[in-house]
Every structure is written in C-alpha cells, then in structure tokens.
Design a protein around this ligand. Structure first.
Ligand code: 13P
Length: 256
C-alpha cells in the first residue's frame, strides 16, 4: 500500500524560534502516524539542525526532516551551496527537487534536476520531485505533454528499485501556488492518474501503484480532505498553510 504524505514547504520563512515552536505544537497535537503515513518538515537550511533535534526529542514515529534543495556535486568550490552529505549530517531524510520557484528564479532545467535526482538516489535519500505547468500551458491544454517531459527528462532514467525506494512525486500547478486558486479535485485527480499511467507504461503497474503522488498549490485546512479523497492523490506539499499549526494540523488529519 502506498504511503500518504503531508510535507510542509516552509520556503524562505520562519525564525528559528517560531520554527521550533511550530514543530513542537504540531507534533504534540498531531494524531499518531502509522507506518503508512508521513509528515515531513522541509525547513530552510539554517533551521535543519535545530528542527532535527526537536523531532528527535519529541520522538513520535513517522515525522521526518526535509530540505528544499541540494547541490548535485559531492564537495568542492561551489560557493553558497550545500552538499547532500552536509544534509545527511544534520538528519535530513527527504529533499524537494524541481520546485517551480527554483525552475523559474534559478533557471533549473530538467537536465540539471536529473543530476540532483541521481546524487540524492545514490545517497539513498528520498526525492520529492516537483512537476507542474504554468497557467499559459494549462490554457493551451498541453499540461499533460509538459508534465510528461519533466518526468521523462529528470526522473524516468531511474531503475525500478530506485523509483520505488527513493521517489515521491509532487504535482504542483504553478497557477495554484500561493494564489489561493486550488486545482479542482477533478483537475488534480486527472493529472495524478495521468502521472500514474506514465509510471505504469515506463515501469509497470505494480510500481505505479506504490509511488505516492502529492498535490501542491493552495492546499489548505478546508480543501485538503476532498483533495486527499481522490483516488490518486496521496497527500500534499503545502506552502502557506504549513506555517501555522492551526492550518497544518487539519491537513495532517485529512490523511486519516
Ligand atoms: P502554497 O500552498 O502556498 O500554494 O504553496 C505550494 C507550494 O509551492 C509547496 O511547495
């Protein structure tokens, strides 16, 4: 059975003190997570060590630590960058790769993202691979081709075991990110089912059924339950609503 996952992408938000208090409140108030459910806090780099300590101290199963980016090289002269071994040293379990903000503001191409995917899989970390189209592409009704190309060029070179063990996919339509304009359940289900069909064609149906596909883009306390009820939506990658316990906790509860 594939896992349900709720990951909070804090982006470039939260002080250390606020981040620590947020994780404490969420973990204290969250229902117990069985092994088919995960909550991942994807914090800024500077918060990772502290939040890892907090998660470890509270010691509730199936809460994990995530980063929002990594470098594709092992080490060396890459000023301002963070390596995967550095992330592992501070307890990171998962890394978000290919977020549309990184594609857009830092010109990260499918080919470049492929090298990050490879580096993460080599180090046996979980990749939260983001894909999703702009409004222009949605209006031209070419979103399927666009998302298929993102997956084919960055992810589908992995072998079956790597896909199964290391990959979570997050579908985040750019027009829904931070806009308050959520995809309808029909739009989300349609794309998630399409992504799953691509995995089935490239690998096989068994693998397609095991890979968690998260929805992201104005997912909140009010709409999470109906989005997660869609057959192929296995949870969410949450931005704004991940920054407060009273909006993030109902999203965690929507997994149940
Ligand atoms: P919002 O939930 O703020 O729309 O952001 C979604 C997102 O980009 C998560 O990675």
């Amino acid at each position: 059975m594939r896992k349900k996952i709720v990951a909070g992408n804090w982006k470039m938000n939260m002080t250390l003190a606020d981040g620590e208090a947020l994780v404490e409140e969420i973990m204290n108030k969250s229902p117990e997570l069985d092994d088919n459910k995960q909550v991942i806090f994807c914090t800024p780099f500077t918060h990772l060590m502290l939040i890892d300590d907090t998660i470890t101290e509270l010691s509730k199963p199936n809460f994990f630590l995530g980063a929002q980016n990594c470098n594709n090289n092992t080490s060396g002269a890459y000023t301002g960058e963070i390596s995967i071994s550095m992330l592992e040293e501070v307890g990171v379990d998962s890394v978000i790769i290919g977020h549309s903000e990184r594609r857009q503001y830092y010109a990260e191409s499918n080919e470049f993202l492929k090298s990050k995917v490879d580096a993460l899989v080599e180090n046996d970390l979980q990749v939260i691979f983001c894909c999703g189209e702009s409004l222009e592409i949605r209006e031209a009704n070419t979103q399927n081709e666009f998302v298929a190309k993102q997956l084919e060029e960055s992810l589908f070179h992995l072998d079956a075991a790597q896909m199964l063990n290391n990959v979570v996919i997050a579908y985040e339509p750019i027009w829904a990110i931070g806009t308050g304009k959520t995809a309808t359940t029909a739009q989300a289900q349609e794309m998630h089912s399409y992504i799953r069909s691509l995995i089935a064609i490239k690998y096989n149906n068994e693998i397609a059924q095991e890979i968690s596909i998260l929805y992201g883009g104005s997912c909140n306390a009010t709409n999470a339950k109906e989005l997660f009820a869609c057959e192929d939506v296995d949870g969410g990658l949450i931005g704004g609503a991940a920054l407060k316990a009273d909006t993030f906790l109902p999203i965690i509860e929507a997994m149940f």
